[in-house]
Write a protein that binds this ligand. Structure first.
Ligand code: AKG
Ligand code: MN
Length: 197
């Protein structure tokens, strides 16, 4: 897989043509037909606010972030087979996935790092994009390095794996765009440590 070493520490593996377009069409249609994504609210500065996209947490473990705990939905057939294929081709293991549906260019994801403790010190996150191509922007966490940017376009059928110190040193997001953008489904596969029960 082509690897990019980020300045400040962090690594990306990017396969723009991971799924052939026709195959990606089929996977997108199957997932949208079997998984119900909803507009969730999160707690921000003590207030409930709706997220600017639809989402669904799926897999084996609950997910805690932004003041809420999301119980996992069971694996659906198309997401389960995508996971098995990803594991076979990358050699990494994933037990959970966050699905995000950007309905138009007005839907977005703010800058954040996927650095929750249950993801471990160097999370490996595999991001599969389907549908409209969108800009994906990484910027440093450290203010001193503020002008640095790493940008890429995540198109239909692409696979981006974030690994190494990416979540430690960088934040990433999907900015809004005023360009006409159709719907885009993104799946970020992760490995979440089992919660103490
Ligand atoms: O939609 C994307 O490409 C990014 C999604 C993301 O950062 C996440 O699910 O944590
Ligand atoms: Mn993320």
């Amino acid at each position: 897989m082509p690897r990019v070493q980020l300045p400040l520490g962090g690594e990306l593996d990017f396969r723009p043509d991971w799924l052939a377009p026709a195959e990606a069409d089929g996977v997108l249609a199957s997932i949208l037909g079997e998984a119900e994504l909803t507009q969730e609210s999160i707690v921000l500065f003590g207030r409930e606010v709706l997220q600017p996209r639809l989402s669904l947490w799926m897999g084996d473990e609950p997910y805690r972030y932004s003041g809420k705990t999301f119980a996992p939905a069971p694996w659906t057939p198309a997401v389960g087979s995508l996971r098995r294929r990803l594991e076979a081709e990358t050699g990494y293991r994933f037990n959970s996935v966050l699905l995000n549906l950007y309905r138009s260019g007005q839907d977005s994801m703010g800058f954040h790092a996927d650095d929750e403790p249950e993801l471990g010190p160097r999370p490996i996150i595999a991001s599969v994009s389907l549908g409209a191509a969108r800009r994906f922007v990484l910027r440093p966490k450290a203010k001193a390095a503020a002008p640095l940017r790493h940008e890429m376009t995540l198109g239909h059928g692409s696979l981006l794996v974030m690994l190494g110190d990416t979540q430690r040193n960088w934040v990433h997001g999907i900015p809004k765009t005023t360009r006409a953008a159709g719907q885009r489904l993104n799946l970020t596969f992760r490995h979440v440590a089992a919660a103490a029960r």
